[in-house]
Ligand binder design. Structure first.
Ligand SMILES: [Zn+2]
Length: 253
């Protein structure tokens, strides 16, 4: 049993064969898929997918890349969407000072607004953070208590410990399978099993052997295999524990 807790099946990369991709995942033992909203339109499509497919849950959110365009109307739309069935979290939200597609003060403003929204609806957060550790922690600490997962973890040991101290979950993607990702595999070692989630971030970050190709949820099994090797347990155990973590975190029923 496996759950892909973070992918973007609403993206146009899946327009030709979305249904087959979802079916393939199911056939491969991926029991649930959490489709992540990263824009207003994407959040709407995410909720639609969760209506169409029993095994899909949705999150709604606006990626920091989109922060410059965020306005009150968007917030009203998100507040409506947050009431829908099978909306399991707010995200992905956060800060990205690596690409800086939006102004950093707008990113912070958006992040704070959507954390508030999550608290109002008692939903957990899916956090995106890149080259913005300090501000991310500062904003999150001010809003505690919070339930959050740091997605596609790419930080160092200090950041990992700070996140674990706050009680957050840590989610790793298939990029831990890359030959040069020794530092990420070290972070996996340091993360307790009961704090781990699996995600593909599909269509991005295909595992080693598939790089340059579109990623898809069934590849979460290759990630589980890698994780099992690092942790010295079998893959089924990784599946069982991370599934339990995800069901609890996203309150899946
Ligand atoms: Zn993502």
């Amino acid at each position: 049993m496996f759950i892909d807790t973070h992918c973007h099946l609403d993206f146009p990369e899946f327009n030709q064969d979305r249904d087959q991709v979802i079916k393939r995942a199911k056939d491969q033992g991926i029991d649930y898929i959490i489709n992540i909203g990263s824009s207003i339109e994407g959040s709407k499509r995410s909720v639609e997918l969760s209506r169409e497919y029993d095994n899909i849950y949705a999150t709604i959110g606006i990626h920091p890349h989109e922060a410059d365009n965020f306005n009150n109307e968007d917030e009203i739309i998100l507040r409506e969407l947050a009431k829908k069935d099978k909306v399991a979290a707010i995200g992905e939200i956060g800060l990205d000072y690596f690409k800086n597609y939006s102004k950093s003060d707008n990113q912070r403003k958006l992040f704070v607004s959507l954390i508030k929204l999550a608290k109002d609806f008692n939903l957990p957060l899916v956090i995106h953070t890149r080259e913005a550790k300090e501000d991310t922690l500062k904003i999150l600490k001010e809003a505690m208590p919070l339930k959050a997962v740091v997605h596609c973890f790419s930080g160092d040991e200090n950041f990992l410990r700070d996140c674990l101290d706050l009680g957050f979950l840590i989610s790793f993607t298939c990029n831990i399978t890359y030959k040069k990702a020794g530092n990420l595999r070290d972070m996996v070692k340091l993360t307790p099993l009961d704090k781990l989630l699996l995600e593909t971030d599909a269509p991005y970050l295909s595992p080693e052997g598939f790089r340059g190709k579109r990623n898809e949820p069934m590849q979460v099994k290759l990630l589980a295999q890698e994780l099992a090797g690092i942790k010295g347990i079998d893959m089924e155990e990784v599946g069982r524990i991370t599934t339990e973590n995800a069901i609890k975190f996203f309150n899946l029923r």
